[in-house]
Design a protein around this ligand. Structure first.
Ligand code: GYE
Length: 317
């Protein structure tokens, strides 16, 4: 954590650029606070942000918050102190941002939310929010399940691995999935717990689920990594993932797609981490004082096992 903060701090040089930014080089200075490195999605997202910032010729100050809101708040305050041109960040949780966002606004530094939303009532605290529709991802997952189990009398016993508690994707995916399956009482969520979006925690929580419940029909995991961890637990328990337990995940990163193609996962709703190019475009516009849409939604799709087999060879991440 300290190392990441230091990068931000040592770059705190004077504001002499003609663009009003903090690098003195005339380049747009972008302060970006990343959630952490919890998943394959996050790694691909970081790469996309770093590569597209370099391509756009921006001076990127990158800080990794290691999944802690307090680290993100510190990083944002550092960016304000450095007088960067634009701040972008992916908020680890939804609530608790108003004070620091107000500080950025008072300093007249535009803020762009990337990937995850905040629940601030005042939407003038940020310029725009670019990212996926997480409720939709949850709904698409639920719709596939309803269709797949249409001829089953039920009950259909579901366990859920939630993402980081309080994060937008965990809240919204749970909501979207829950809304769809609520239409038929045969679907029952018998256990639901956070796996923190990581493989290790997904495995650990699935082990506990398997010990507590003999007859799990379905696993809904809020991301591929937790699903992949759970697969290890399912196999260790002598069960066949994708057959004895139907598995639905979200993201469609390479390892998830491979497990889908191999028949261990049954369905994935895609969530694209490749937000970099669109983000840089927004940074440029916001910096130039242009109006940008308040919400930019990423284009996404879904994958079955056959579709994963087709898509894998050309998958970028
Ligand atoms: O689904 C998960 C990651 O915010 C969309 O965060 C992102 C989520 C993604 O850790 O894998």
């Amino acid at each position: 954590m300290f190392a990441a903060m230091m990068v931000a701090t040592t770059a705190a040089c004077g504001d002499s650029g003609s663009d009003g930014g903090g690098s003195g080089s005339g380049k747009i200075v972008l302060g970006f606070s990343q959630v952490g490195a919890e998943s394959g999605w996050r790694t691909a997202n970081t790469k996309s942000v770093q590569e597209s910032a370099a391509e756009a010729g921006f001076d990127l100050k990158f800080a990794d918050a290691q999944q802690k809101q307090e680290n993100q708040i510190k990083a944002i305050r550092n960016f304000i102190a450095q007088r960067v041109d634009v701040i972008a960040f992916s908020p680890v949780v939804e609530s608790g941002w108003d004070t620091v966002l107000k500080e950025a606004k008072d300093a007249e530094i535009p803020v762009i939310l990337t990937d995850r939303a905040v629940d601030s009532a005042d939407d003038t605290l940020y310029e725009t929010f670019i990212g996926s529709d997480f409720v939709l991802e949850g709904k698409l997952s639920g719709e596939w399940l309803v269709e797949e189990f249409a001829d089953e009398p039920g009950p259909v016993r579901i366990v859920e691995l939630q993402g980081t508690t309080g994060s937008a994707p965990a809240n919204d995916r749970k909501q979207g999935f829950g809304e769809v399956i609520a239409a038929d009482p045969k679907f029952e969520i018998i256990a639901s717990q956070t796996g923190e979006f990581t493989r290790a925690k997904g495995k650990e929580v699935m082990e506990a689920f398997l010990q507590a419940h003999q007859d799990i029909d379905v696993l809904f995991a809020h991301n591929d990594d937790m699903g992949l961890g759970a697969i290890e637990a399912i196999e260790a328990a002598g069960l066949v993932p994708g057959e004895d337990i139907t598995i639905i995940t979200i993201d469609a990163v390479r390892d998830g797609m491979q497990a889908l193609a191999d028949g261990k996962i049954n369905f994935i709703a895609e969530c694209s981490p490749l937000l970099g190019p669109q983000l840089m475009d927004l940074v440029e516009k916001v910096h130039a004082g242009e109006t940008v849409p308040k919400r930019v939604v990423t284009d996404e799709t879904t994958f079955t096992q056959e579709q994963a087999q087709e898509a894998l060879p050309t998958r970028e991440y």
